[in-house]
Design a protein around this ligand. Structure first.
Ligand code: GRF
Length: 195
């Protein structure tokens, strides 16, 4: 069973789905044992409390620089025996300290069909471009912004009668189904300590 930490900065709906999918199907090969956030007073932290998952808020502003911040993150990950990181709406670019220091996979879910519409506004950018289809991508994290190796992606057709809110709902539906599936597949392949 792979011990997973989810990193989030906002609503935490993907975090919640990952946890609930495991509760619904104990055969899934992962355990979400930790939530890490870079923001206080966010819904993701409330959800962690309700779901009985340990959470840690680490304020980047209380560190001198990104290296120090990520060094502390690494320490927390090691202490908690984390074997995989799943980013889910974490609004920071992962730096070299974490990328090189954490020897296990780091995954991200992106609300567009990469390499189309990278960046923090993937849904809005696709909506404003008036394209007929966008999508969802799960990929490994590298030093770039949404540039890591793609694991899975799925198309989402856009009905031009939809407003932006409706598109967000449709994207999230796909994300909530896809992320637990993909995480499970990756975890099946990941060598664990067996703890
Ligand atoms: C998701 O759309 C995800 O693709 C993006 O950030 C959003 C997070 O939503 N990276 P939530 O916090 O999981 O509800």
């Amino acid at each position: 069973m792979v011990k997973v930490a989810v990193f989030a900065s906002g609503t935490g709906s993907n975090f919640e789905r990952l946890v609930l999918a495991k509760k619904e199907n104990s055969k899934l090969d992962y355990n979400i044992t930790l939530l890490i956030t870079d923001k206080e007073n966010i819904m993701a932290l409330e959800k962690a409390k309700d779901l009985n998952i340990k959470s840690i808020y680490l304020n980047p502003k209380s560190f001198e620089n990104k290296i120090q911040y990520e060094t502390e993150l690494l320490k927390i990950l090691t202490e908690n025996k984390i074997e995989l990181i799943a980013l889910a709406g974490f609004m920071r670019i992962i730096g070299n300290t974490l990328l090189e220091g954490f020897k296990n996979p780091i995954l991200n879910i992106h609300p567009a069909y990469l390499p189309e519409f990278p960046g923090k506004d993937g849904i809005k950018d696709a909506f404003e471009a008036k394209v007929d289809q966008t999508g969802v991508t799960v990929h490994y994290v590298d030093a770039g912004v949404d540039t890591g190796e793609i694991i899975t992606q799925e198309r989402v057709g856009i009905n031009h009668d939809w407003d932006l809110e409706r598109l967000k709902i449709e994207i999230h539906k796909v994300e909530h189904r896809l992320y637990p599936e993909v995480l499970n597949k990756i975890c099946k392949k990941t060598i664990t300590t067996g703890e």
